[in-house]
Design a protein around this ligand. Sequence first.
Ligand SMILES: [Zn+2]
Length: 286
Amino acid sequence: MQATIRVFVNGREMENPEAPPVQCNGRLYVPARQLLQRLGARVRVETARACVAVDPQTSKTTIVAGRREGRHGPLLAAAERVVEAAGGRMDWDAELGVFIAQRRETWVAKRSLAIDAGHGGRDTGSTTAAGLAEKDLNLAIAHRLQKLVQMAGGRAVLTRSRDHHRVMAERLRRVRSRGVDALISIHHNSHADTSLSGCEAYFFESDAGRRLAFCLQDEVAQELGLPDRGVREAGFDELRHGAIGAVCKLAFLSNPKDAAVVASPYYPLQAALALFRGWRRFCEGL
Ligand SMILES: [Zn+2]
């Protein structure tokens, strides 16, 4: 039996797809009308076997051919055709069974973001009782977040892109040399008191940084369903680079409930989606 394919559009899971996407001969088919509309395109004409889509950004008209499940079922068309017709970008993760479609986000596209995956190499950060290392979680989330920002038309650079140790001064040099608008640093918490649970965000000496931290914290707490421990000010080295910045500590790896959340195969994507939506909210408010 084929596992359910989860669909994420514009940074959120699509809760009521007209029809679940299906895989056929190695291609992915998605409900055409609904997805085109979510991505900002108009469906002008629809017949039994195709629809005519218009991308209002470019006025480009595309005939998207597909097929129906039953006479009155929704038109299913190849995912890449649908997304291309709307001028969007897509990512299909076959291993996880996740389809991601993203429209161009005007405000995100104007900004560039540095993403800092905390720790790396011999510096593992904290670990869960089951042995999941913070450095690996941070990096997996950073990669997902970079992709989401790029799909939305924005620029995103990583302070480290693989599992190696990089000192803070070197990270910050990268941030400064790339001329980014802001930095999001990804971390997890740990404490001897294993009852501590939830997410926190930090900023330092900057109103814009405070706003960024609030936008991120709000989305993360909602998405992960963990206690919201609030936004605080702290002079972390990550925040001493001159640009706007926030440090997000997403969960307590020392807490059994938090550790179960981060052990889900969907967790890096979930966390990245929340950070992406927070970044988008921050950009829209600038
Ligand atoms: Zn850390």
